[in-house]
Design a protein around this ligand. Structure first.
Ligand SMILES: NC(=O)c1ccc[n+]([C@@H]2O[C@H](COP(=O)([O-])OP(=O)(O)OC[C@H]3O[C@@H](n4cnc5c(N)ncnc54)[C@H](O)[C@@H]3O)[C@@H](O)[C@H]2O)c1
Length: 296
């Protein structure tokens, strides 16, 4: 068991990578505090963990709200006596999912993207680090950044900027927290990521990657690595597991791409064709009901 008795809090764990990580960490012996801003999502994931015999607590928490992030740590400590890992995973995409030009974007959208994707990580980490430092426990702070932080996703300028800021925070926080035994790292995914990211909050949690939603033809994939199966959420959760566990105890300040071509690969996200990207991905193989939701 790679996470035996570790107490882990995960934000945005009601769907996608956070949910997958919560299930994986619990299977590896962690007690997971599952949190999400959409009511009902974290409770459902906690139910799945319990059904598999795991120990877990569910919390509704918005990463933009400092009291919620302080409360998340308080709940972990109340329930399990301490917190060992804070995985700040929640994130949102650009409004319009690649369709909105930067020149037509609003300051409100910019502020909200940064509030969730960047400030949310700062608040979650600060709450956990304060407890770890005060209690001389050490621990691991983890973030979900994005391969966008090393390149630029077409049509996602604000998102790209918010994730690049996360990578800066990883390095700066690692420098400051190392002396307290607190490690700070981020995974930066692209492929095998949650299709729910492109869907509205009220959509059903599908637990699948973009690539799983389309017929899998290895010859037509955007990534250079030949896979005999579509990349899946678990491929990314495995890197999170490594960074959260003691296996990476000599690693801090790292922003690692959990993808096969890094910034050199074309992204496999379902970008709109009119931006001239990823023609093979937008070739009409996406189920009609999913396409309708993405286009909305
Ligand atoms: N899916 C992708 O294409 C992709 C690619 C690279 C990186 N990422 C990053 O991966 C992380 C996880 O996203 P995902 O792909 O699993 O998508 P997802 O939409 O399936 O899951 C994200 C979860 O975060 C929650 N959330 C949104 N705003 C929140 C807030 N203010 N407070 C708390 N929770 C909130 C959502 O309700 C959702 O359950 C994000 O940081 C995202 O930026 C996603």
């Amino acid at each position: 068991m790679r996470m035996q008795d570790k107490i882990v809090a995960i934000t945005g764990a009601g769907s996608g990578l956070g949910r997958e990580g919560a299930l994986l960490f619990a299977a590896e012996g962690a007690r997971v505090v599952v949190s999400d801003a959409v009511p009902g999502r974290s409770q459902k994931v906690a139910g799945e963990i319990k059904a598999l015999g795991g120990s877990t607590t569910a919390v509704d928490a918005d990463v933009r709200v400092e009291a919620d992030m302080n409360g998340l740590v308080d709940i972990a400590v109340e329930a399990y006596g301490r917190i060992d890992v804070m995985w700040a995973n929640a994130g949102i995409p650009e409004p319009g999912f690649g369709m909105q030009p930067l020149a037509e974007s609003s300051l409100e959208d910019w502020n909200n993207i940064f509030a969730v994707n960047t400030t949310g990580i700062y608040l979650a980490w600060k709450a956990a680090a304060r407890w770890m430092i005060a209690n001389k426990r050490g621990g691991a702070l983890l973030a979900t950044s994005s391969a966008a932080s090393f390149t630029a996703y077409p049509g996602f300028p604000m998102y790209t900027a918010s994730k690049a800021a996360v990578n800066g925070l990883v390095r700066a926080a690692a420098l400051e927290f190392g002396k307290f035994g607190i490690r700070v790292n981020a995974l930066c995914p692209t492929h095998g990521m949650s299709v729910n990211f492109a869907l509205p909050a009220e959509a059903e949690v599908l637990g699948k990657s973009y690539e799983e939603m389309q017929p899998w033809d290895p010859d037509k994939r955007a990534m250079p690595l030949r896979l005999e199966r579509p990349p899946v959420l678990r491929d990314n959760a495995n890197l999170a597991l490594f960074l959260a566990s003691d296996e990476s105890s000599y690693m801090s300040g790292q922003t690692i791409q959990s993808t096969d071509g890094g910034q050199f690969a074309r992204t496999s996200i379902i970008f709109p064709t009119d931006l001239g990207q990823s023609e093979d991905i937008t070739s009409g193989s996406i189920p009609e009901d999913l396409r309708e939701q993405i286009d909305r």
